[in-house]
Design a protein around this ligand. Structure first.
Ligand SMILES: Cc1cc2nc3c(=O)[nH]c(=O)nc-3n(C[C@H](O)[C@H](O)[C@H](O)COP(=O)(O)OP(=O)(O)OC[C@H]3O[C@@H](n4cnc5c(N)ncnc54)[C@H](O)[C@@H]3O)c2cc1C
Length: 384
């Protein structure tokens, strides 16, 4: 116990910071959570309607195990708040011939004991006749996976953390200065806050706060997402008739119509560099044309469907896609938490457990792949 006001100040109420504050509070810490714009706001990476939670990560066993534990923790959390913020749509991997990723995914799921089904193209057509299978040679279904209702899930985690005693402030924190043990942080409103530890879970803002350290280790990229309207009164494109699907080789994925937003289509290729505060969030015609081409390929009946919503979000990519969860090298009590790299949302609960264990001084289960030292400057994506 120290004489500071809080045990931990968590800066950033996206999915990583929200879960970290919630988890720390549950382990008896005095926690302050701050966010510049508000939990799950529209400029944050966590701020869209929905995020996929799937177990498949090719041969990437650490993320498969983390996704499995996270799904359990999300479901336990939602049971306690009685909100349907997880939709078990199933996740269907569409496998192209000679694509090793779905095959490796099957091996990893088998090894860990996660339920999945291998489907022939005939099976897929029988179950999901609305899906076009051009160039697809087989499929893998994760029946227990699905979609998290992202923004509202983050807001609910923050609400529950506050109910349990976490304090929350909507203020922006200035970049910390000095070295050694950080005494306090200051907000742009001039408020000084003192805590034993500081967690900077600032997603795509991390390189702005720590430019010397992170500007060439975390790269925010512009990503466009489109929602397409389904025909009136038609259930063909909603869950459970249509699952979430991932087309790894074509770098694209789709979500069924959930909560009446429309079918969501996104291209999972890194876009240009992007500023999370001031970047232009109007989707481009080129992006729409590409999303529509993909929609026409996989859901031909929707090829002319109107756009109901479009979003511009950003990934915050590390060199290879591994998370960054480590101490700041010049401070004994600043934790850097981020690098979600386009796949981090689902892992919020496990990231929080990991951060809480580090703050408690545990050396058990330290993952070298999350270290700052492992973050190269050269970009070579290998985690998806
Ligand atoms: C288009 C798109 C699709 C994706 N799809 C998936 C998916 O299907 N499945 C999946 O698991 N993941 C997915 N992801 C990735 C996932 O959304 C992110 O990895 C995750 O949301 C990152 O959360 P975060 O908490 O690190 O960052 P954020 O959500 O950006 O939160 C950071 C917070 O820090 C706050 N902040 C920053 N600076 C300060 C400051 N100085 N003071 C106070 N507050 C500050 C910000 O306001 C913000 O709220 C996707 C991402 C995108 C963009």
């Amino acid at each position: 116990m120290n004489d500071r006001t809080y045990d931990v100040a968590v800066v950033g109420a996206g999915v990583f910071g929200a879960w970290t504050a919630y988890q720390l509070e549950r382990t008896g810490k005095r926690v302050l959570l701050l966010d510049a714009y508000g939990p799950g706001h529209s400029r944050s990476s966590s701020g869209d309607e929905s995020r996929i939670i799937r177990m498949g990560y090719g041969a990437g066993e650490i993320y498969t195990r983390s996704a499995m534990r996270s799904l359990q923790l999300w479901q336990e959390f939602f049971a306690g708040v009685d909100e349907p913020l997880f939709h078990q749509t199933g996740v269907l991997w569409l496998a192209h011939e000679n694509d090793p990723y779905p095959a490796q995914t099957a091996e990893t799921l088998q090894k860990i004991g996660i339920r999945f089904e291998k489907l022939t193209t005939t099976d897929v057509t029988q179950h999901y006749p609305q899906i076009g299978l051009d160039r697809i040679s087989w499929a893998l279904l994760e029946p227990d996976s699905g979609v998290l209702i992202a923004r509202r899930a983050v807001q609910t985690v923050v609400r529950e953390a506050i109910r349990n005693g976490t304090e929350y402030l909507q203020e922006a924190v200035e970049p910390p200065t000095g070295k050694g043990t950080l005494d306090s942080i200051v907000t742009t409103n001039g408020r000084r806050i003192s805590a034993g530890n500081y967690v900077f879970a600032c997603g795509p803002w991390l390189p702005k706060i720590f430019p010397d350290l992170l500007s060439d280790r975390i790269h925010p990229t512009r990503q466009e997402v489109f929602y397409f309207g389904i025909p009136a009164g038609d259930q063909t494109f909603t869950s459970p008739a249509l699952p979430t699907w991932i087309d790894f080789k074509d770098e694209a994925y789709g979500l069924p119509d959930l909560e009446a937003h429309g079918v969501k289509i996104a291209i999972d290729r890194h876009g240009p560099a992007f500023d999370p505060d001031n970047g232009n969030r109007l989707a481009s015609n080129e992006g729409l044309a590409e999303a529509r081409r993909y929609l026409a390929l996989r859901l031909p009946a929707l090829k002319d469907a109107p756009v109901t919503e479009a979003r511009v979000c950003q990934y915050e990519n590390t060199s290879n896609g591994d998370f960054l969860i480590d101490l700041h090298p010049e401070f004994k009590n600043i934790w850097l938490v981020g690098g979600g790299s386009g796949h981090g949302f689902k892992h919020g609960p496990v990231v929080a457990e990991y951060v809480a264990a580090r703050i408690d001084g545990s050396n058990e289960g330290i993952e070298p792949r999350f270290s700052l030292a492992s973050k190269a400057r050269e970009r070579r994506r290998s985690v998806y």
